[in-house]
Ligand binder design. Structure first.
Ligand code: SF4
Length: 333
């Protein structure tokens, strides 16, 4: 995939903490990645891995009781951590936009979708009522909503799940952002509609040269939609690389476990295996490697030393003491 020299998004050593009665909970630690033009980076992991906190932080929407404890986030080279609310209100929508798993919770149920899309133009661009409505209809047609002119007058509950997600995509794209964050955009949809929405996102991405972050727990969706993958566990990126690299030669036992638990990416007819155990309590994480209590490959060193990311090639890394062995293990399976 083509990539610009200055990435659209740079995240360096990001740390996000929650204040809890038991002390700070480190929900995101040392997270670094970049996203270029026309590129999709998928962030995958179980719930509680830190992927959604990361995504919301990139939108300037740090969850309640959370704060950015360190690191840098730059959009088109501009540092955005700590920007005042007014500046964020302008950035959101105009440079970076987000679509959610559940469009119903993001749309206002008492307003027509036409009004809600037109509002984007009116509020951000000062566009007149008739022109804003015309552009809303145009956008709805562009995202594949049939009979767009008439459907402007419908409320969100009158749309099917797939069509509602198209409305969300139209709203997200209204102000021509350069970055789109899609947080589990197809999780609530059936497989056929899921494929249609992924195709739509890819088409819009190519037409508008968007950088995209896809947050997902579904490795099947990621295989179809992303260029690169960052696997998160216990608030850290434990493996990163292209989809082909990570899927064909996983270099971290957690990634291997995730792949064995997904029917669409496992080999042949091998039985599905869930990863045993639970993600750690981030207020009291295990010593050494955070994955060691669940890792079938753990050795003494894993309980004692926190593995740092090992460089395995250009933009390819794994935070496992035995990353090279894991690749060899994947080759022989
Ligand atoms: Fe497993 Fe050890 Fe690698 Fe952690 S460092 S993932 S415990 S082998």
């Amino acid at each position: 995939m083509h990539e610009t020299r200055t990435p659209l998004l740079e995240v360096e050593d990001l740390a996000v903490e929650f204040d809890t009665p038991r002390g700070p909970l480190r929900a995101v630690r040392g997270v670094s990645f970049q996203v270029g033009e026309c590129e999709t980076l998928a962030i995958v992991g179980e719930s509680g891995s830190g992927k959604s906190v990361t995504a919301h932080t990139l939108m300037g929407l740090t969850p309640l009781l959370a704060r950015v404890a360190g690191g840098r986030v730059a959009i088109e080279g501009r540092d955005v951590v700590g920007l005042p609310d007014r500046a964020w209100q302008k950035l959101r929508g105009e440079r970076i936009a987000m679509i959610f798993q559940d469009p119903l919770s993001a749309l206002n149920p008492s307003l027509t979708v036409g009004y809600q899309i037109a509002e984007m133009f009116r509020r951000h661009r000062g566009t007149g009522r008739a022109e804003a409505r015309r552009r809303a209809a145009e956008l709805m047609a562009q995202v594949g909503i049939p009979d767009a002119e008439r459907r402007l007058n419908d409320h969100p509950h009158r749309f099917s799940g797939g069509m509602r997600q198209r409305v969300m995509i139209a709203m997200a794209l209204a102000l021509d952002p350069i970055l789109l964050i899609a947080d589990e955009p197809t999780t609530a949809l059936d497989v056929t509609v899921q494929a249609q929405i992924l195709r739509l996102l890819r088409r819009r991405q190519q037409a508008d040269r968007l950088g995209m972050i896809l947050i997902s727990h579904d490795l099947g969706v990621v295989a179809r939609a992303a260029d690169r993958v960052a696997v998160m566990y216990a608030g850290r990126i434990v493996e990163t690389g292209t989809v082909a690299e990570v899927y064909q030669r996983p270099a971290h036992p957690y990634t291997i476990g995730l792949m064995r638990a997904v029917p669409t990416v496992r080999d042949g007819d091998a039985p599905l295996e869930a990863i045993e155990g639970h993600p750690p309590d981030l207020a009291a994480p295990p010593t050494g490697c955070a994955f060691h209590p669940r890792c079938p490959f753990a050795r003494d060193v894993c309980r004692e030393e926190d593995p740092q990311p090992r460089d395995l090639g250009p933009r390819r890394a794994s935070a496992c003491h035995f990353a090279e062995e894991m690749i060899a293990h994947a080759r022989t399976r």
